[in-house]
Structure formats: C-alpha cells, structure tokens
Design a protein around this ligand. Structure first.
Ligand code: DGL
Length: 275
C-alpha cells in the first residue's frame, strides 16, 4: 500500500488500536479527530477485560496475541490504547514488531510535565498501572517532579455501568482524590482510558487549580508526529473504513461504545478468542 505521489510517500494501510475493552475508544476518538483521513482498526478484548487487576505476564500474553491479529490486517502502526497494557507490554511489543508502536504513558507524562508549574503531579490509574511505577519512571526521564500515585480500582466498573454522574461516583472520586490534593498537586494524569468519561466529576473534586491530563489527545498528537517523521500518512482521499472488533459481546460494545467514541458505532465484529 506504499506509493509515491509527487515525491511524497503515502501509506494507506490502517492504524491498529487496541485496549482491554471499551476505554481505548476515547483514544481512538482523539485519533479519529486528529487524523480524519486515516483508516482505523480497533480491537477491544471484551472477553478478558479487565486487565487492570491481572499479572504482567498475562497482560503481555494478551497484548502479543492482539498485536499479531492487527498485524494480519497489515497495520502500519499500533497504538496500545490501554494504560495497563502500555505499562506492562509496550517494551516487548516495540522489540518484537516491525511497525512503530505507541503507548499512552509517554505522551501523557510529557503533557503532564509541560502543564505542571509546581512540579507536583498526581497520577491515577488501575492497580496494574500504578504498581508498575511506569508514570513516575517516565516523568522522571523528562524532568524532576514529585509524583503522587493513587490506584482507583472502583472507577472502571462504575464507568462500564454508565454511572458517570451518580452521587456514589462523586463520593468515591472525592475519597480517591483526598490524599493527592493534600500533597498540593497542580496536575492530575487520568492514567486509565476510562477516566476521561469522569472528567466533570474530577474537575469538580479537584478544583479549578488542578489541570487534568487526558492522555488520549496527547497520544493522538504522538501518532501524528510518528506518521509525519516516518512519512506514513494516508493520501487525501483515503479514509475508507473505521473497523471494530471484539472478543465478546459485540452488541454491548456497540451500545456503550458510542459513549466512549462520542459517535455512533454501527458495526462490530466478534472474533474468537486467541490462545
Ligand atoms: N483500559 C484499562 C487501562 O487503561 C482500564 C480497564 C482495565 O482494567 O482493563 O488501564
């Protein structure tokens, strides 16, 4: 699919995006907005979600299986649109795949360091992401900051249930935020693909002085940079498809997924589980 047009190299192969389930659709939505001409393929591992409470070895195994599924669709770049999979499997995928692989942790960390004035950054995520120490490590590579972390295991199920604006969600967010706010953070990384759906609740509880970092937009920016650097952009009339695959429950994915993707999802194909 690589061709040259007036000295410009173009590549109309799709970009592959994956997550443990629905959450990565927030990343896909940002990529869709930033790169409207690109063909996109999404895989949500709805049969095996959540990844956030699973071991590193299992998350690596699942991520490798999904990456090889995407490679069969001849993707030109893979986005690991899941914080837990980025924390555990990104290095392995980068080493073994022949296409560029982008995770969500590095772009989110860069955006947080840029935003923070007092260099006190809060990070919230799944148990897997927080215990991996990936965000503090990544932030430390960029600048010396104080990083305070908080695992929020109750939030993914609440978002999956659609309880984004319920009182109970507000109470739980308040409790998770308290130790971070006591450290006077001025920036909070939403280090889980589900949390952008709770932005309003976080804004309310963190107050106007705390800047929220949604790694979806930062990741879309990084995808654009890599396509530009490697001259992999699709040409102008090329958007032919947005495809969605899941490992279970395509109908649930279709109905709840539209909230994450901020657009109607009309066709979802179930593929048999790997392994
Ligand atoms: N997608 C996961 C993440 O961003 C959250 C859901 C899960 O635990 O699998 O960490």
């Amino acid at each position: 699919m690589l061709k040259k047009i007036k000295n410009k190299t173009v590549n109309n192969s799709p970009i592959g995006i994956f997550d443990s389930g629905l959450g990565g659709l927030t990343v896909m939505s940002a990529i869709n907005k930033a790169l409207p001409l690109e063909n996109l393929i999404y895989f949500g591992d709805t049969a095996r979600v959540p990844y956030g409470s699973k071991s590193k070895d299992i998350v690596i195994k699942y991520s490798k299986e999904i990456a090889s599924f995407l490679m069969k669709h001849k993707v030109k770049l893979i986005v690991v649109a899941c914080n837990t999979a980025s924390a555990f499997a990104l290095a392995v995928l980068k080493k073994t795949l022949e296409v560029p692989v982008i995770g969500v942790i590095e772009p989110g960390s860069k955006a947080a360091v840029c935003a923070s004035k007092n260099k006190k950054i809060g990070v919230i995520g799944t148990e897997g992401t927080i215990n991996s120490g990936s965000y503090p490590r990544e932030i430390d590579k960029i600048s010396k900051c104080e990083v305070y972390q908080q695992a929020c295991p109750l939030l993914v199920p609440l978002v999956e249930e659609g309880w984004n604006d319920e009182e109970i969600t507000d109470v739980i967010v308040k409790k998770y935020m308290k130790p971070l706010l006591s450290k006077r953070i001025d920036t909070l990384v939403l280090g889980c693909t589900h949390y952008p759906l709770l932005k309003k609740t976080f804004e309310k509880n963190a107050g106007s002085k705390v800047i929220l970092i949604d790694s979806a937009e930062a990741t879309a920016g990084e995808v654009k940079n890599v396509l530009n650097k490697k001259r992999l952009f699709a040409d102008e009339k090329s958007r032919k498809f947005l495809r969605f695959y899941v490992s279970d429950n395509p109908d649930k994915f279709k109905s709840i997924g539209s909230r994450f993707f901020s657009k109607k999802i009309s066709c979802v194909k179930k593929i048999e589980c790997f392994g």
